[in-house]
Write a new protein. Sequence first.
Length: 401
Amino acid sequence: MRVLLMAQHYAPEEVSGAVLATELAEDLAARGHRVDFVTTAPSYPKGVVFPGYKNAVLSQESRNGVRITRVWSYITPRHSFWRRILNFGTFSLSAFYGGLAAGRPDVILSYSPPLPLGVAAWLLSRLWRVPWVLRIEDLYPEAAVATGVLKNRYAISFFHALARFLYRRASRISVIAEAFRRRLIAKGVPDAKLSVTPVWADPDLVRPTEKRNGFRAEHGLEDRFVVLYAGALGLTSSLEDVIAAADRLRGNPQVTFVLVGEGVKKASLVAERERLGLPNVLFLPFQPRARFAEMLAAADVSLVTLNSGSSDFSMPSKTLNILASGRAILSVTPEGSEVARVVREGRCGVNVEPGDPDGLAEAILRLASEPAASLDDMGWRGRELLEDAFEKDMRRAVAEA
């Protein structure tokens, strides 16, 4: 079978969405399928094209059995609303001719976000008369409205209409969580068109390993209780609560917060740390993929954060990698969110409601006072949950296509 995948990011970007799309493409190729992947020049998260790449009109390369077609898009380090729209829109337009250059497939799978990419996928599916699978990892425009990125009522109405248009025309729609499926059914999408395929983590790539490792030693964390956040410092997070909790715990020399990643909120979060003079908060850039498992292993507990407005529209994929690492989860999410459900039913951590930094600080102190065996038990229960329910298995995605 010949498969055309369309997504804005493809490795080497150290972003979970890119990693998952890359793994899917390479796994399909390893199974004997011919895979083309239409994407853009790598630039996430800083908005600067990676060394060795050009933002060319069209370029092609092969990697691990996947033929990658990269197309031009507007790329900028500035993250204003209209620049983001230009970034999404220009890639979505260019993806159409990128798909033409890739050639006729047997099936098309496109990722959302960006939502407009679905238009290019739909047009190609009509041109070639092949099925089109829409893979939704964040619900748009709801997620953009919830974070305050999208405020103009005319723009909101336009993107709602675009979403309805695409939902009607997709052959199949794959969502990452049951809550997403319920929302789409409420919008009138037929249940028979929908399938739930959770995000996954590779249990062989990320494994429980020694906590006191090179990552801890390099950053002076050997004797600290490490509260780790690793991922995008974006608009859906509740990281302001984390900084506020660190302020409340500044007198506790045991606890250190390590925030690894980049994103639109990083500058403001760093500025708040400096304003408060917090010695217990360490910011680090995204780490190389080769050090990913070691970084996760260095945590005593790992953070997953999601603000109240975004809980129905996003499911941070970092949750699964934390489960794979065998570390307890400290989630800052609404109690009704998918993340909170996983933590609660898996008995693999603690959940705190967003907007409660006092409660978050208290939860951290409780976890820090737990016997090491108790935290280990939480981590192992999480690992078992991953292997039972979220282990990397691309056959589900292949079956959908």
